[in-house]
Design a protein around this ligand. Sequence first.
Ligand code: GLY
Length: 388
Amino acid sequence: MKLGKPLIKELDNFRLLAKTEVANSKLMSKVTETLLYLGSRSHAIRLGHGLLVKDLPRHHVLSDRRILVVVDAKLKRLAKQLVRQLGSRCVGMALLSGGEKTKNLSTLPKLYEAAAKARLDRESVVIAMGGGVLGDVAGFFAATYLRGIRIVHVPTTLVAQVDSAIGGKTGVNLPVGKNLVGAFHQPSLVFVDPAILRTLSERQFRSGLAEVIKYGVISDPQLFKRLEARMDRILSRDPKELSWVIHRCCAIKAKVVSRDEHETSGLRAILNFGHTIGHGIEAAAHYELLHGEAIALGMIGAVDLSQKLLKLSKVAAERIKTLIEKAGLPTRLNARYKDAQILNAMKLDKKVSKGKIRFVLAQRIGSVKTGIPVSEEQVREVLAHLRA
Ligand code: GLY
């Protein structure tokens, strides 16, 4: 039997999810789907705990196609199981390292050559299996090979499962800055298997929780409350809890991207909560901090600014900071990371327009405002407070 429900059913399912009532534990024992509705580029985000190898090869998106698997070298074993199930449809496998160094233009010729050798055509599919870096670079490769071929994302880190694999942003870094070359290229399917997260290091896993907390702050007070109440279960990677939380985050991201795919109306920008200062810190720390660790600090900075500029209540601010702490994420900025470096990196970021640093700030838990101008002086005050 080929999997994949008719579009109309998926849409109903999406509406249901948009109302967010997915806390049925039975639902989590099988595959669930969220539709990212984008007209002809609509696609599903399938989630099945421990079901990747069984479910994905049967999906209609992969039927009768030539498939190239691009995979993080660390996941070679899991990839081989998948390749066995794909059988003769799999015509090649390219191994990449998942580190930030892979995310540059010099990785692309290796992928273009693998695609040519495997004789991929316009009907072929790339399966990208790995974390955020791998997904971004494989996504850009798929967006440009033969002017665009299909891609299926199999995100294998928490950050990638709740954020980077969803929404079609692809790209690579240049020496002068991150993500400066890229394209929007929507996948044909995203397959999320939270069981893969078992192999993540504790630090990597906790780093992903920063993006999860972000979703609670920007649009979902219920999710936020659940994180407050059940952080212990999440940290122990309880399958049901993890599936519920990831599913909820995917539904929020799908809803945002379906309404503002190219970040033109400003809605998609809400996903950047904590990322303005966060990206500055990440660059100033020369990537000693993981993405989520820098974003956690960026969120604390954004919370301080929200109290000053949007009258975010002290109680809400404390709840956000406490949750970040409970997730085992950093809440203090190391004095080695200097204002000048952080501010310089922030100014290179796409979030700066017409010389003003624009922030996403919180009005309350579950609601944010975008485009709030903040002066350099105010950023310096926040950074000093983060170091105190
Ligand atoms: N990670 C932010 C976005 O996809 O827009």
